[in-house]
Design a protein around this ligand. Sequence first.
Ligand SMILES: [Mg+2]
Ligand SMILES: [Zn+2]
Length: 571
Amino acid sequence: MRLTAQRTVLSSALAGVLVLGAAAGYAVSADLTGNGDARRIAGDQTSTVRAELRGGAARNVILLIGDGMGDSEITAARNYQYGAAGRLPGIDGVPVTGQYTTYSLDRSTHEPDYVTDSAASGSGWSTGTKTYNGAISVDVDGAAQKTVLEMAKANGLRTGDVSTAELQDATPAVLVSHVSDRGCYAPSSSACTDADRLETGGPGSITEQLLNTRPDVTLGGGAASFADTARAGQWKGKTLMQQADARGFDVVTDAAGLSGATRADQSAPLLGLFSGGNMPTEWNGAPATRTGGTEAPIRCAANPAHTAAVPTLKAMTTKAIDLLDAPSAKKGFFLQVEGASIDKQDHAANPCAQIGETVAFDDAVAAALAFAEQDGNTSVFVTADHGHSSQIVYPGTTTPGLTRTLLTADGAPMTMAYGTAPEGGSQDHTGTQVRIAAYGPGAANVVGLTDQTDLFFTMRDTLRLDPDKELPGAPEIRSVNINDGAVLRGNKTFVVTLDAPAKYTYIELNQGGVWKTDNTKAPGSTNAGSKPTLKIDTRDYPDGTYSLKIDAVGIDGRTTEKVLDLEIRNH
Ligand SMILES: [Mg+2]
Ligand SMILES: [Zn+2]
């Protein structure tokens, strides 16, 4: 009996946090040759599983997406880092599992497209609506579909969107924007259509919509798009970074800045931009080639580009949870975390970088799970958006595609094969169903076979979100207590009625474009609340035509302007 220690850990897997500390070195696996030595469970699991199936509502939901993380990618990462009989501390510690289908729809025929991309699949769990490849939270006809993050925010929850990719990339974008083509990153992106662009009446590029949707915490790469310039709207002519500054975002650009952040809310949302494009991978190694499978097995190395200035996905996840978790607040939070480059390195046929990103993602899952277990009122969902190319094939062989052999934690060779594109091409997604795992209230809704779109409804219902609640836009000026062209004499208090309290409302009396007074100067006036005022005595001003200029500024910087003409006639 050599497995006692490991068995103890494994049998507690369903109930608690898993830390399989010593597994990262070489050849750590126990002798697996005896009867029952490779078992992962000890005895009957019925009561343990039953205890995990909790109904009811959750205060918080954390959704973790491994992009392109099919079963093959999970198995390869486990084999490499923890050994064949080991466990991924995060992913394998999420107790309730099932499978879900990921297919998308053909845009014109509406028939199933058996291989999804990250845009259609993300739109599926973000909105509950199946759509076409390339769509960002719009349906097959291009109509915007409300996202789970928008719904959470409209219901008073705090929200977060974290990724190792560019923030404009499909997976983070599906929560905060609605565009017909996933390439519509910024105002000058050629992929934007007239339906998307601000200057043609659309909601704007992904980056502009991200600033409007304004999650409390947004962390990832994609700084380059913020250098682009708005072509229409309130911030026309300003860069998107200038807009972010003007609208109160706290921008951090490195690990130290992130760890120094102490608050993130609607007055000052946290925007972490840690790379111009996608963030660097944590590991690197030789990519797969036509003959790589027969070459000497390799071990993976740390990627020097992932310096100490670049936060890990775990660090971003932990900070996001710290900032979003406010036990004294009435409502909880919704947070999505994406390990984006599992997919990107699968495309690149780079098994070391792919596995390193899977292990980094797993660290983030473990952190989320530890929070949920301690919190007691948080559900965690862990899944992928689609399957991908990589396969584990017979050790030391080649295939008609590309291969590379790695030396795993077991000290054994593991050959990875990529065969969905020729050498030099981008290895591509596959149409397999993928694993979904859950912990906490609502976990039972991932059991068996579900569809990607079910996840939206599971999260919405677990958080008890009212789908009809709307996100506030710019302040609405409901009324002003004078009519356009009014003739005034004596003491007058202008009262502006808004739909909701604004950050502030500026009310100015001017004549021919020249400032006369405003509600920051005039005694007895107020620029706060939902009924701001300006008090004047018309006898302080000569007779003539004037105008009343009103700017109602929302907490997110969006402003509604109104101008009324008036006449002062004291005599
Ligand atoms: Mg992605
Ligand atoms: Zn991909």
